[in-house]
Design a protein around this ligand. Structure first.
Ligand code: TGC
Ligand code: FAD
Length: 403
């Protein structure tokens, strides 16, 4: 540390950046040039190529068809993984990409989370060399899509209650059971599937078109509409012995993948919140009632400032956890803290923004209601608010309260 570090020599030099309502705490200042470049590239792509199309995708319930390949070209798939044609960026850069994607729509970030942090991470961390060479380069460019099947109709928060089984028969694995609520399910060239074996929970790579494997899309969702969600069904689905992930033993393997994806959600939720805040600020500045912009009323300013504080504390928290992750210091329980805080905070921002937009707030012409309904899924998937509360509760008391 230099002798001037706390001497006030760098105090007010008059060189401060002007206050910016869109980056109130000047978080830009804390990012590296490379991180800013990645952030700006993803932001430009979302704004230029996707934002105009998202309302239709949401209305008609589809993920824009060109998105997987475009995300691959931008290096967003398996972004923070090293090797196998993955970009190997910092965790903070990956987080910033998630933020910008979710500022577009949670469905975009969900696709990238499932592809990179769940399916690719599982193969990268627990797969054989052959499995990695077969799948990871193709998945990194969006040519092969992956999904991650853990949840079942009767086992959501408690995946240890899963009923899907895998048994070895004449040197082949035979899978039976079903997985529910699986993002990218029917689009996937490969499903990472977790099943009970006589040796405990193990992971399997199930290529599409494997006999005995089928998918059914879940329709009439009121949330995450610009995203494919499916049921996976296994009826005597037969796989070669090498379909097993050799390094994954027990429930800790899928749970470690969840930690990766939850990290992305911590940032993504900030993106959804930012989109709602910006829509509300813009609307409040131009909408006139009682002869003046509604932004001039104290009650509206109170809402806007509360949104701003939620948004910026969430962003600082994401950045802090990202720096811990890059330093190899992040605990899963801290990730739970981040997901719990940032998703709840984003929901509060979205609900408040909706009130500022009045009746317009319920339409697809503005992004607020779309983000609000998406965030209901984000609150539930990757561990519900209650489950993350219990994870943090156990961390500080030493007492598990799940059962
Ligand atoms: P428990 O006994 O606590 O743990 C079993 C073993 O796992 C270890 N472990 C972890 N390891 C790495 N990362 C984590 N986050 C871990 N959490 C636990 C633990 O140390 C233990 O290891 P070992 O060696 O002693 O065996 O397990 P439990 O059965 O009591 O469950 C604990 C609980 C409730 C926290 C866990 O089951 C849980 O997190 N439930 C929530 C389930 C969930 O989040 N499902 C998400 C499905 S995927 C999804 O939603 C994708 S949406 C994606 C999108 O579209 O964006
Ligand atoms: P439940 O576990 O039945 O919970 C219902 C309620 O009970 C919740 O409020 C919960 O918090 C509460 N509860 C449960 N246990 C306790 C307890 N011990 N103490 C207090 N409260 C408790 N899963 C995948 O595997 N892969 C995916 O790709 C995937 N994508 C998804 C996409 C979407 C759009 C959605 C909505 C879900 C997705 N999921 C996926 C499933 C998701 O992970 C589960 O929905 C989630 O884990 C919760 O499980 P559940 O819905 O069965 O709710």
């Amino acid at each position: 540390m230099t002798s001037t570090a706390h001497s006030g020599a760098h105090a007010d030099t008059g060189q401060r950046r002007p206050l910016n309502p869109h980056d109130f705490l000047n978080i830009d200042f804390c990012l590296s040039e490379e991180e800013r470049l990645i952030r700006d590239t993803v932001r430009d792509y979302v704004r230029r190529d996707l934002l105009g199309r998202i309302p239709d995708a949401y209305d008609n319930a589809y993920l824009p068809e060109d998105f997987p390949r475009a995300a691959g070209r931008l290096g967003l798939l398996g972004m923070h993984l090293q090797g196998y044609d993955c970009p190997g960026t910092s965790a903070v850069a990956y987080g910033l990409a998630c933020l910008e994607l979710e500022a577009g729509d949670s469905g975009l970030r969900s696709f990238v989370s499932v592809q990179g942090s769940l399916a690719m991470f599982a193969i990268w961390r627990y797969g054989s060399e052959t499995q990695k060479q077969t799948w990871l380069p193709a998945m990194a460019v969006g040519k092969a899509i992956g999904c991650f099947g853990l949840t079942e109709p009767d086992a959501g928060s408690d995946p240890s209650a899963m009923r899907t089984t895998a048994r070895l028969e004449d040197g082949q694995w035979v899978l039976n059971g079903s997985k529910m609520w699986i993002t990218n399910g029917s689009m996937a060239a490969v499903a990472v599937v977790w099943a009970k074996t006589p040796d405990g929970v193990r992971g399997f790579l199930v290529p599409r078109h494997t006999p005995g494997f089928s998918t059914r899309d879940i329709t009439h969702k009121m949330s995450l509409r610009a995203s494919t969600t499916s049921e996976l069904v296994f009826e005597d689905c037969t796989l070669p012995s090498e379909a097993i992930l050799p390094e994954a033993h027990g429930l800790s393997a899928p749970l470690s993948c969840l930690t990766e994806a939850r990290f992305g959600i911590i940032w993504g939720a900030v993106g959804a919140a930012r989109a709602c805040y910006e829509a509300a600020l813009d609307y409040a500045s131009t909408r006139t009632q009682f002869g003046r912009p509604i932004a001039g009323f104290q009650l509206t300013q109170s809402k806007l400032v509360e949104m701003l504080t939620h948004l910026n504390t969430s962003l600082m928290l994401a950045l802090h956890l990202g720096e811990l992750k890059d330093a190899g210091q992040l605990h899963p329980q801290q990730v739970s803290f981040g997901k719990l805080h940032n998703v709840q905070s984003a929901l509060d921002v979205a609900r408040s923004a909706r009130t500022i937009l009045g009746a317009n707030g319920i339409t697809l012409e503005y992004p607020v209601m779309r983000h609000m309904t998406n965030l209901e899924s984000v609150l539930t998937y990757e561990g519900t608010g209650e489950i993350h509360t219990l994870i943090v509760g156990q961390a500080i008391t030493g007492l598990p309260a799940f059962h």
